[in-house]
Design a protein around this ligand. Structure first.
Ligand code: ZN
Ligand code: MN
Length: 444
């Protein structure tokens, strides 16, 4: 019996949250703005308008590349990628072809606490986003507000063999770029977009994949706008292709779109080859040269990333994997957590984690407010000693049977009496003090 083996590679686009666009001074914050209100001759592709690269966008791309363990060379250049579609005013996109900013990286994903899976990154490059087409009835309208917004493209090797790993990878990538504070990366808003390319290879019983035999076709899927749909779209596509292959047919090499309402993929167009884009060096922007000091400085600015933090929390704070993972998804949560642990002591780390994860304290308000709320949970309760002796006497008088049993050697009766006293104190007492007072009274 042959069995299907999925082979999946990813292409991910992440929009940077820089103030201005990639090659002009227009605002890059286009979300919800009136159509064509943030445009200029450069991002409208007017003849003669010249692009000037955004330095911050380049620095942030280098940071992403470094965070994904890529090799960043001293030189990098821009190229023109040609295709004809109305959302691209110049008739080409300024992108990077043979000298991307980063190459040969990897992302490690922790699975169940101890196991790590490594997914290789082929390249990380910077380019410009396109405009947006809006279809309204018989008309198609163009909005160029998004045209030339900085876009980072991340391409992985075909290292994924199930949809669950893809989802975990995307979540990790989202955390990483958010930790770097360079992108919002919200799939629902379209500022993080996934295009998986998917194919299925059949293996003989007991055979494992050699890592280099690829099927003769692959299918790219677009229009995926949530982590959940990413998994669903991939699962649907794997099933569709497997069925065709089992009938002896070869799926067509094409681009398909995910329809989230029908939960299916539909054919959009047959895939172009790289040659169709007629790449050539962008003549209006000189080759970039990065000095070693400049690259070192950017690298030194990288924060401890979520994967490393998860591992450290498990080791240093004695947390379970699942707890460490949840805590480290959001950088601001880790800041609160680490500060609380530093203040209250490492031995309280698991308990503080529990307070945050199980929402026993609210994370609303300023950092100082939240830290105060955490500290309050650890303040020893003051015991009213006069009230305590009164309650102890009352309880022991009321439960003579339990007192006799305890004196006769039944330890459990002490726990019963302790509970009664705690109840009488309405919880406003330290359990150890209550126990001592009770024993003292019973020994009289
Ligand atoms: Zn502009
Ligand atoms: Mn691209």
């Amino acid at each position: 019996m042959k069995k299907p083996f999925p082979i999946i590679g990813l292409e991910i686009h992440v929009e940077l949250k820089t103030k201005s666009k990639m090659f002009c001074q227009c605002s890059a914050d286009y979300f919800g703005k009136p159509p064509n209100s943030q445009v200029c001759p450069v991002c409208l592709g007017m003849p003669g308008a010249l692009p000037v690269p955004n330095k911050t966008a380049i620095e942030w791309t280098i940071k992403i590349a470094k965070a994904l363990n890529c090799n960043v060379k001293e030189t990098s250049k821009f190229d023109r990628k040609h295709y004809f579609y109305p959302d691209l005013p110049k008739g080409y996109q300024i992108s990077q072809y043979d000298e991307p900013i980063g190459e040969n990286g990897y992302v490690e994903i922790t699975h169940d606490g101890s196991k790590h899976k490594k997914f290789r990154i082929r390249r990380v490059h910077i380019e410009e986003d396109t405009g947006k087409l809006i279809h309204a009835g018989q008309e198609s309208l163009m909005d160029f507000n998004r045209s030339s917004v900085p876009l980072v493209e991340i391409v992985t090797e075909a290292d994924f063999h199930n949809s669950e790993d893809v989802k975990r990878f995307l979540e990790e990538l989202q955390s990483i770029v958010r930790y770097l504070d360079v992108a919002n990366a919200e799939m629902e808003k379209g500022d993080m977009r996934l295009e998986p390319n998917i194919s299925v290879h059949f293996l003989e019983e007991g055979e494992s994949w050699d890592g280099k035999t690829f099927p003769k076709y692959k299918v790219e899927v677009k229009n995926i706008n949530s982590f959940r749909y990413a998994k669903a779209a991939i699962d649907y596509e794997l099933e569709r292709q497997t069925e065709l292959l089992e009938k002896g047919e070869t799926p067509i090499q094409e681009t398909r779109g995910y329809n989230e309402n029908k939960q299916i993929t539909v054919s959009q167009r047959t895939k172009e080859d790289a040659a169709d884009y007629r790449y050539f060096p962008e003549p209006d922007i000189p080759t970039m040269r990065f000095e070693t000091e400049f690259l070192k400085k950017l690298e030194s600015e990288l924060p401890e990333l979520p994967g490393k933090k998860t591992d450290r929390y498990i080791k240093d704070f004695n947390l379970r994997y699942q707890d460490a993972f949840i805590l480290t998804r959001n950088k601001s949560t880790t800041e609160i957590y680490e500060e609380a642990v530093a203040k209250l002591g490492k031995e309280k780390a698991p308990k503080i984690a529990n307070l945050i994860i199980n929402k026993k304290i609210s994370l609303d308000g300023t950092k100082a407010d939240i830290l105060k709320k955490i500290e309050e949970q650890f303040i020893e309760k003051k015991t009213d000693t006069a009230l305590l002796s009164k309650v102890v006497e009352e309880v022991c008088t009321a439960h003579e049977k339990a007192v006799t049993e305890y004196k006769g050697g039944k330890e459990q009766s002490l726990m019963f009496l302790l509970g009664q006293v705690m109840r009488g104190m309405k919880g406003q007492a330290n359990a150890n003090e209550v126990k001592n007072a009770l024993i003292e009274y019973l020994q009289k």
